[in-house]
Design a binder for this molecule. Structure first.
Ligand code: CTP
Length: 408
């Protein structure tokens, strides 16, 4: 199963230089398993040809409301009924204005107007010059299309084709793909605030060297992404890793276990779920040398002393919020053998409702893993899959265990 298997996307292109990015978006959507039907306005065809989009989507492109290829001559009805979502990328300032007015004099705005709004979402990726973007007319129109039910995916910031710099670029294709995939995920954690620790910590010996481990952070980043896709507000506290921040996730970078603890304690005050995936160093050097520790010529290595690091998970599990049921804590256990026994014992020791076990050497740096869920009722395996797939399954498991909130 791919992220968009079975989904049919109508990809609408309107006039803008960002059309060149839509070719890549089309490719990413099909690679993710979607079928893509491209519809282009006349203005879009000034920027990229229908031939390119047909070749990438594997389907003839539509551009006219009078297209006689449709037996009933109603492409606006047929195309909009087949879709699981309509994505406008790029969506120009003019086209947003057209949507606001409910114009129907060319195929793309006509099919947006004709879409069954309750089951076919309209996602728009605006793209324009920064002055056009910040103009009150555009912002007013954008607010109105959202009030009318469209989902605006935001804009990027940076260099623009016109030579100016600012807000209004179309999001990158990979970001749009992430948003579209997220749109289809069930909102199991809506209203929750999920806090995740990820990656290794780095315990400095001197300004040059320190103690760390091989954790890549991939599992924690996948959980942060999955929780965000499920509708949660997500804060990710990351040790030194080189993973890209998932869309919509707030990220705090830290180095040491002590810094990670301080950030976690602070953020846990408003969190409702805490997932500790970080491979926190158990020990840190008892003292930190301000200067590089040099060889002294004796041939003897320096004697280093260590003190134990705070246990972040155990600290939060003991907090008043966790004890009162307001904060649901999930731990991870990286073991090298005897997974069931070690993971069960660790869950009891840390005083947490759910612990996720895995074999450390088999997972560090990998894109795949398998997980063992241990709770008060016993043990359950999530078989080998990508870390993102496992993260989505874990999110569902967490959601099912959260106390049901009384209706407002
Ligand atoms: N953990 C933590 N702070 C620490 C150590 C661990 O928050 N100082 C969390 C990890 O993020 C993980 C869980 O505790 O969720 C278990 O981590 P692990 O390294 O497997 O266990 P340890 O408690 O360090 O036990 P041991 O090294 O004896 O296996």
């Amino acid at each position: 199963m791919q992220d968009l298997s079975g989904k049919h996307i109508v990809l609408g292109l309107t006039g803008g230089i960002a059309c060149y990015k839509s070719a890549e978006l089309c490719r990413l959507l099909t690679k993710a398993g979607a079928t893509v039907q491209v519809v282009m306005t006349e203005a879009a065809e000034q920027f990229i040809t229908p031939v390119t989009m047909q070749a990438l989507s594997g389907r003839p492109v539509y551009g006219s409301q009078w297209d006689a290829r449709e037996a009933n001559n109603m492409p606006h009805i047929n195309l909009s009924r087949e879709a699981d979502a309509i994505v406008l990328a790029p969506c120009s300032a003019d086209f947003i204005a057209r949507l606001v007015q409910g114009r129907a004099d060319e195929l793309l705005s006509l099919l947006c107007l004709a879409r069954p709004a309750e089951r076919v979402p309209l996602l728009i990726a605006p793209a324009m010059n920064r002055e056009m973007w910040s103009h009150p007319a555009t912002q007013r129109n954008l607010a109105q299309v959202q009030a009318d039910g469209a989902i605006a995916l935001g804009v990027g910031t940076g260099d623009q084709a016109c030579g100016e710099t600012g807000d209004g670029r179309m999001l990158e294709p990979i970001q749009l793909l992430e948003d579209i995939v997220a749109h289809f995920q069930p909102k199991l954690l809506a209203g929750q605030h999920v806090l995740v620790t990820a990656g290794p910590t780095f315990e400095a010996l001197d300004p040059i060297r320190g103690i760390t481990n091989h954790s890549s952070g991939k599992m924690g980043f996948a959980i942060a992404r999955a929780a965000r896709e499920a509708g949660a507000e997500v804060t990710l506290i990351a040790g030194p890793v080189s993973q890209p921040t998932p869309r919509g996730v707030g990220r705090i970078d830290v180095l040491s276990a002590q810094e990670m603890l301080e950030s976690a304690v602070d953020r846990a005050q408003s969190a409702t779920v805490f997932v500790a995936t970080a491979a926190v160093a158990d020990w840190r050097p008892a003292s930190h040398s301000e200067q590089k520790i040099k060889k002294d010529g004796s041939g003897q290595p320096p004697v280093l002393h260590f003190v134990e690091n705070p246990d972040i998970l155990a600290t939060l599990a003991k907090s008043q919020r966790a004890q009162s049921g307001a904060l649901f804590c999930v731990g991870f256990a990286a073991e090298s053998e005897n997974l069931v026994a070690h993971a069960s014992a660790k869950r009891e020791r840390k005083g947490i409702p759910l612990l996720v076990g895995n074999i450390g050497p088999l997972t560090f740096g990998q894109d795949h893993n398998s997980l063992l869920l241990v709770d008060a009722n016993g043990v359950r395996e999530l078989p080998r899959a990508t870390k993102l797939v496992l993260a989505r399954q874990l999110v569902a498991e967490i959601a099912a265990r959260l106390p049901t909130r009384s209706p407002p």
